[in-house]
Write a protein that binds this ligand. Structure first.
Ligand code: GLY
Length: 377
């Protein structure tokens, strides 16, 4: 199976940014040709999920990467971080920063983030502020981080009020996506990642949505060539959207389809495992389509088609599917206040005219949302 390289080229005349996303199978067990130019003669700080340790023989990808870096770099220092959402705090960030400083980090040093979205977010944020900004590489190990958070340079931690309110846009030097890592990913995490994959079809590419519909059984069976395609296509679509809008002043917000509802729902689960990000996004996208339908913007048939696909992927499609979590309309509206898309206290939602055609709806009428939530949650 061919590995693929996706070029992320920003149309940002000020800093002319670009980098490459490498996607393929067994990339890490033979990674010298990919990492050489990034790690050679540099100090490396490898921030990794505590799930991966050098002692475990079943972490062959992690072990191979460390072996290769050791051959090329001046030094490699490891910082182990727990992968849960509760890790994205100021105190954990401080721990990473102080450890990096104790390793004598310099402006030429490179951070490598090896783990899921939590690790990538906090390690990328540390890279953005250490010595006023050093380079980093993302090696995402979950499907969700491979298709979303590792690409596009959003880094950050959570505030007590809501997710990702503290952070920076800081683009990586490269993203290395090894689909072999998905073998050790719990099935629930894999399924949750599929919600973000479907999202790309819904935003902008009906053909991709149909591909997922037609191949969902092969996807659920982890067929490598199909996984390679859906991950590469997701990264391609994301890079097309962000290239004109690195800092989300416009169309990048489309990537938040389902996230206004989703982030609120996720927070009601207190990040304790009752619901995980992609599951909340699956419900959030279904709510976004139902709202689009209620407003007369999107047809019932298309809305049901979306919900049917999420069901086939065994993802939740309504808050009622998660028995251990409940929320009132008031609690939900309260969470919406902290959504980063809002302007001047006006709510913004990403809605759909049809499958493959999302748009940004600003100044949403609170009375309509209230009535909708009263009926739906
Ligand atoms: N996850 C949404 C974005 O990167 O903009």
């Amino acid at each position: 199976m061919e590995s693929k390289i996706i070029n992320v080229l920003f149309n940002n005349k000020l800093n002319n940014l670009s980098y490459q996303i490498f996607v393929g199978k067994n990339l890490l067990t033979n990674c010298e040709h990919i990492i050489n130019k990034f790690v050679k003669n540099r100090k490396i700080i490898l921030i990794h999920d505590s799930f991966f340790t050098l002692k475990k023989s079943d972490n062959e990808n992690f072990n191979a990467l460390v072996r290769e870096i050791n051959k090329l770099a001046v030094s490699v220092n490891l910082i182990s971080v727990s992968g849960g959402e509760k890790t994205k705090t100021i105190s954990q960030l401080n721990r990473i920063i102080e450890k990096s400083i104790s390793f004598k980090v310099d402006r030429d040093s490179l951070i490598i983030a090896f783990g899921g979205g939590v690790i990538g977010d906090i390690a990328g944020f540390a890279a953005s502020i250490l010595l006023r900004g050093i380079n980093y590489i993302q090696i995402p190990t979950t499907l969700l981080s491979q298709v979303d958070s590792s690409v596009g340079g959003k880094t950050g931690i959570n505030s007590s009020k809501s997710k990702n309110l503290i952070g920076a846009f800081h683009q990586p030097l490269a993203v290395i996506i090894d689909i072999s890592l998905l073998k050790s990913l719990p099935n629930r995490q894999f399924l949750a990642g599929l919600a973000e994959v479907v999202k790309y079809g819904l935003i902008t590419d009906i053909n991709f949505f149909e591909f997922i519909e037609n191949n969902y059984k092969k996807i659920l069976n982890y067929e490598p060539s199909i996984l390679n395609y859906i991950i590469s296509r997701s990264c391609e679509i994301k890079s097309q959207i962000i290239k004109n809008d690195e800092k989300e002043n416009g169309k990048r917000a489309l990537l938040n389809l389902g996230h206004t509802f989703g982030h609120a729902i996720e927070s009601f689960g207190k990040y304790d495992g009752r619901i995980i990000h992609g599951e909340a996004i699956s419900i959030g996208i279904c709510l976004a389509f139902k709202l689009s339908n209620k407003l007369g913007i999107c047809s019932q048939i298309e809305t049901e088609r979306v919900i049917t696909l999420f069901k086939k992927l065994t993802l939740p499609t309504s808050l009622k599917d998660i028995k251990s979590i409940s929320a009132t309309t008031g609690e939900m509206l309260d969470k919406f206040k902290y959504d980063k898309k809002n302007k001047n206290n006006e709510l913004t939602f990403i809605l759909n005219k049809k499958i493959g055609k999302s748009f940004i709806k600003t100044n949403m009428d609170v009375n309509i949302i209230t009535k909708f939530l009263d009926e739906e949650i």
